[in-house]
Ligand binder design. Structure first.
Ligand code: FES
Length: 278
């Protein structure tokens, strides 16, 4: 059994909800005040936070962005009792929050590289933290290509950024697809892995980062391999396995490895060393 050597606190800080943005019919982004008073909450892209609401318990969610000394953004999809209750909260109410947890994306190692971000559904939330980090440190990264898809137009998260803000960023291309045609949609239709192959972004000096439903990730990895990406050039996050985040609950392991202690971000070469349960 691994021993948790993280410095993240086990006691949550109580923080106020400053704003709530309805991304889709079942995803809301909560803007919460950053905890104050000695709580180590310096977040790197790809890290997660434990969010608690006293009557219903707590859950692990990715931090989709932070604004230093101001607020954290946590995108939460409604999938059950706890998230139903969180979606009922309003601006001004309070949440418990502790963290951050996980290793986060390798932002330093990716410097000087072109970046290919591939997301599906709520999987854009963790990628968004890395995408926005790249924009904030724009000179450190090369061309940025974002490929994102969802079941329908309504299910696309962060529409304002996808369609308005990100395409205006320097040396950046954004491609959006939905699974099936819709009357109001004149953009691309089809599944994300096929779109990735169609776009065929060169692997030369490029790092691909993907997050989404497990079935999408499986086929995206196959597509990237066909396109010539090596295992070291492909990064994903197994954040869906993060439960306690500190090596205590035993619910994240693959073989003898604890995803919460070594991950949740891995490159494909690292994942291939694990039993094929991911
Ligand atoms: S042991 Fe609980 S999430 Fe890893």
């Amino acid at each position: 059994m691994h021993k948790c050597d993280c410095e993240s606190p086990l006691t949550p800080s109580v923080v106020e909800i400053m704003d709530i943005v309805e991304e889709t019919s079942d995803v809301k982004t909560f803007y919460v005040k950053k905890p104050e008073g000695g709580v180590p909450f310096d977040v790197m892209p790809g890290q997660l936070a434990m969010v608690s609401h006293v009557p219903v318990g707590e859950g692990m969610f990715s931090i989709s962005w932070q604004e230093e000394n101001e607020y954290l953004q946590v995108a939460i999809k409604r999938v059950g009792l706890m998230t139903d209750e969180l979606h009922r909260l309003e601006v001004g109410q309070q949440l418990g929050i502790r963290g951050p947890y996980g290793n986060g994306f390798p932002v330093e190692e990716c410097k000087g590289k072109d970046m290919l971000f591939i997301g599906g559904g709520i999987g854009l939330a963790p990628l968004r933290s890395f995408i926005k980090y790249c924009f904030k440190h724009r000179e450190d990264y090369g061309k940025i290509t974002i490929v994102y898809g969802s079941r329908s137009y309504d299910d696309l998260c962060f529409k304002d950024e996808l369609f308005e803000k990100w395409p205006k960023e320097k040396n950046t291309e954004v491609y959006v697809t939905i699974d099936n045609p819709e009357v109001c949609w004149d953009g691309h239709c089809g599944f994300v892995p096929a779109y990735v192959e169609e776009l065929n972004v060169s692997p030369e000096n490029t790092v691909a980062v993907t997050c989404g439903p497990p079935i999408m990730i499986k086929f995206v990895l196959e597509s990237l391999e066909k396109m010539g990406y090596t295992d070291e050039q492909v990064i994903t996050t197994l954040e869906m396995r993060m439960k306690c985040g500190v090596g205590k609950c035993g619910r994240c392991n693959i073989g003898s490895e604890y995803i919460c202690l070594d991950g949740p971000v891995f490159n494909l070469a690292q994942l291939r060393e694990l039993p094929p349960e991911w």
